[in-house]
Structures are given as C-alpha cells and as structure tokens.
Ligand binder design. Structure first.
Ligand code: BG6
Length: 464
C-alpha cells in the first residue's frame, strides 16, 4: 500500500542545543544545571560521559546542515541554550552566542530547511537554579525576558517557536524521580514547578503574539496514552485517568484550552499540594493558548488500580494513585526499556481531534534508541539499522491513518539527526539517522535509515 502524506508535510529531525552543541572555552557560555551536575556527580552519567562531549554541532553545523539536506530534511528542530545566550540567566546577552545562532538559522534557511526553535529543553541556567529554578517566580520572569530576546533577535527569520520541550520531564526528573537536577522528591515543589512552567509558557506566548512577527508558537509535549489493565474494571479505569491527569492533561489542557483539568485539581487539593497562584495568573493562562502543538511519542503507560502498599516516598506521590502494569506480551525496546506500541500515536491524534478542537499539530519526536549499533555496520562501514526504519514506518502508518480520518497533523520530526548525548544516559542509546564516531574527530556517517529517510521525504511518503 502507498502511504502518501498531505502536500507540504514537514519532514525532518529534532535535537536540542545542550545535547549537540558542545561547550567550548572562551565562548562565554554560562553553566546549565547539566554542566554543574556533571562536575559535581559524574558517576550518575552513563560511562561518566558529560555534557561537554556532544556531537559538536557548534563547530560542525555547516557540515551537519549539508547532511540534513542529503537526508531529505525540509525542517530541523533545535533549541537555543538559555545559558549560552544569557550566561547569568538574566542581564547581559552573549554576542558570541547571538552570532552562532544567527549563523545556524541563516544556514538552515539558505538550504531550504525550516528552523523550528524551542526555548527550553531541560537546561536551566545554574545561576537561575541557585535562585530556585522553576520553583521560583523570579525564574518565570527571567525566562519570559529570555524568550523576548530570542524573538527580537531571531523572530524575523524563525516562524515556528516552542516554549518548552516536554515540560513534565523536569518536574518528574527534578522533583519526583531524581533523574534531573536538583533530584529531590517533593510533590509540593513538583506542582509549583509545573505551575511556573505553564505560566511562563503562557506569558512567552503573550509576548510573542504581541510582537506580531507573523509566525506561530506552541509547546512540545511528550504524550503517553494511559491504558487501563482492564477497561471493564472501574478501579483500573480510574487509576489510568489519574495517571493521564498527572502526566498528560496537566500540560495539554493548560496549553490548548487554557484550563486545569478539574480531576487533577481535586487530587492536588485532596493531598494538599496546590501551588501558589497569584492574581491574574489563571487569566494569563486562559488567554494565551498555543497556535500549534508538538507531540513527542515514544511509549504508552499501562496502568492498573493501586495494589502495592509500598510507597515511593514519605510524602505524596503521583504513584499513590495507580500502579504501573507490566502487560504480558507487550513489545519492548530492550535497550531503553520502553514499550513499542505504534497505535499509541493514532490514539493521541484521535484524542486531539475529538477533545482538543483538532489543534494543528505535528509529531515533534519519535524514534528508537539502540545500544551497541556498531554490530550492525556492514563492510562499507554503514550501520544497517532496519529496526529503525521499521519503527518509523510502523508509526507513520498510524499517523497516516489519523490524517485520513481528519487529524490536523502537519509534519514529522524524528529523534534525531546525529547520534547525540542524552542527559544521564549519555551515549548509551543511539537514535540518529547519522552515526557519530566520538573517537574519530566526531566523524559523521549516514546510516541506512538516513538514506531511507531521504526517499521518504522526497516521495512525501512510502510504500509498504
Ligand atoms: C526525549 C527528550 O524525551 O527523549 C530528548 O526530549 C531525549 O532530549 C530523548 O534525548 C531520548 O532519551 P533517552 O533517555 O532514551 O536517551
């Protein structure tokens, strides 16, 4: 069957500044929480590889943009590092960074690759973290000022902006499950952090719209459809709904509808962790919803009613309201430990169509991380990653089906272009269309999936 996508469908990949650029002496970048955390606790990072060992996009962006062309990109998403542009989080703008981001944006446009620019990809400047990071109202204002500087500097050419990538992740990682700095467990702080991210996003959207720059602004959410163990068991259904409220609707409803889900508010109030909200905040959130939505999809959640009595922490936790369910027979990515469930992307898009006004959206991340890909190198030195091609194709079939049924999906960004550094997992799992040899001057080699992606983009679809 032929899967053809709508005209002008965007094809490309997503990445982020902190995972690709590299940190170089003399460029005046300030530390982000990742730079700081790695210096403090390198043992937390896979093979003790830290954020300075990236794929050096900072040096090689021209070569990389040529490789994007060779692999069919019509768009590329990356982020501006706040701690590079404004090293102290507030105040002076780093001209070296301005020059760098200008060059990247100009080079993309000169090669007919539409830049999609995200403002926050887990990379709080350390100077702001010292003041409380997202726990603090000061950070909201500093972030909005940073966003404004970005719109002023680059908004003449960048027409697709995003306020956050996966804002639930710093909440989970930093304040519940300890895989991001500051790695504490505190539900009340977690909720305040989430609230401030939501507010900061709405304020940045407001600034952008007021500037009338003729582009669009949205947010990128990792949506994890929550399936109950047994759809006919009301307790399982209730548990799945709670997980959905915590991890999906918290940001989705606020971004698209400007409202907090009432069941989430009820739960947070019951456990006494409602955030501090100042006068006017709820109106700001209500009035400044997104123009478009980025959907990152990797895996679903399988949920059952709370059975275990073990508590993850002394205080309240989302996990007090559900248990994760290890569904027998589910297909897994063994390296990442994530379930592969292609239909999940269809369910997300159907939900957006039916319950979120069919908001304009695109798939902003989807991809497969694999450990030890060297073993798939053929005698021409090319990684034959058929599993990645199959993964993407199987998901695209469902995206295609959703579009046929009327979903408003405008493009697809695979995660990712070059193999890149990924937080505490460092280089454990490789996701790229293009391999990076860290021991050989970061040499780039297009994988089989990169050639396939080129055909996909050129044909605006595939046959399978
Ligand atoms: C996404 C993030 O959730 O997952 C990326 O936006 C990240 O920043 C990607 O790199 C893959 O994560 P991991 O942990 O499997 O390397």
């Amino acid at each position: 069957m032929q899967y053809t996508f709508p005209e002008n469908f965007w094809w490309g990949t997503a990445a982020s500044g902190p995972q690709t650029e590299g940190v170089f002496e003399g460029d005046n970048k300030g530390d982000s929480i990742w730079d700081y955390w790695y210096k403090e606790s390198p043992e937390l990072f896979f093979n003790q590889v830290g954020p300075e060992k990236t794929s050096v996009f900072y040096e090689k962006f021209q070569e990389d943009i040529q490789l994007m062309k060779e692999t069919g990109h019509t768009t590329f998403r990356t982020s501006i590092q706040w701690s590079r542009l404004i090293p102290n989080g507030t105040g002076e703008v780093n001209q070296t960074a301005v020059n760098f981001y200008n060059e990247v944006i100009d080079e993309l446009i000169a090669n007919d690759i539409e830049p999609f620019i995200n403002l926050y990809h887990f990379d709080m400047p350390m100077k702001m973290q010292e003041k409380g990071g997202w726990e603090s109202r000061e950070t909201v204002e500093a972030y909005v000022a940073f966003a404004k500087v970005c719109f002023e500097l680059f908004g003449d050419r960048v027409k697709k902006w995003f306020t956050h990538n996966e804002p639930i992740v710093p909440v989970e990682g930093g304040y519940l499950y300890q895989f991001h700095y500051p790695a504490i467990v505190d539900m009340k702080k977690a909720v305040q952090v989430a609230f401030h991210e939501i507010l900061a996003s709405a304020k940045a959207i407001n600034v952008y719209h007021e500037m009338n720059l003729g582009g669009e602004i949205g947010i990128i959410l990792n949506l994890t459809p929550s399936y109950p163990r047994d759809e006919n068991n009301p307790e399982d259904v209730k548990a799945a709904k709670a997980a959905d409220a915590f991890f999906n609707r918290s940001f989705l409803d606020t971004a698209v509808k400007g409202e907090f889900p009432s069941d989430l508010v009820e739960i947070l109030s019951e456990i006494d962790v409602l955030p501090i909200i100042e006068e006017g905040d709820l109106e700001t959130i209500k009035e400044n919803t997104v123009d478009l939505l980025g959907v990152n999809y990797y895996q679903p959640r399988r949920i059952k009613a709370k059975e275990s009595t073990t508590k993850l922490a002394e205080g309240p936790m989302p996990d007090d309201f559900f248990d994760n369910y290890e569904m027998p027979g589910r297909k897994m990515n063994p390296y990442r430990g994530w379930e592969i469930y292609e239909k999940g992307v269809y369910d997300i898009l159907k939900n957006l169509r039916e319950n979120y006004g069919n908001i304009k959206c695109y798939i902003s991340e989807n991809g497969m991380g694999v450990e030890g890909e060297e073993r798939y190198v053929n005698d021409q030195g090319i990684i034959e990653d058929d599993y990645r091609i199959e993964f993407v194709q199987d998901h695209l079939k469902y995206v295609h089906q959703a579009i046929q049924e009327g979903s408003n999906v405008r493009g697809y960004h695979m995660w990712t272009c070059m193999d890149n550094w990924s937080w505490t997992n460092a280089y454990k799992n490789r996701y790229g269309l293009i391999a990076v040899d860290l021991d050989n001057n970061h040499k780039r080699t297009i994988k089989k999936s990169g050639r396939w992606f080129n055909e996909l983009a050129k044909n605006n679809g595939f046959e399978a």
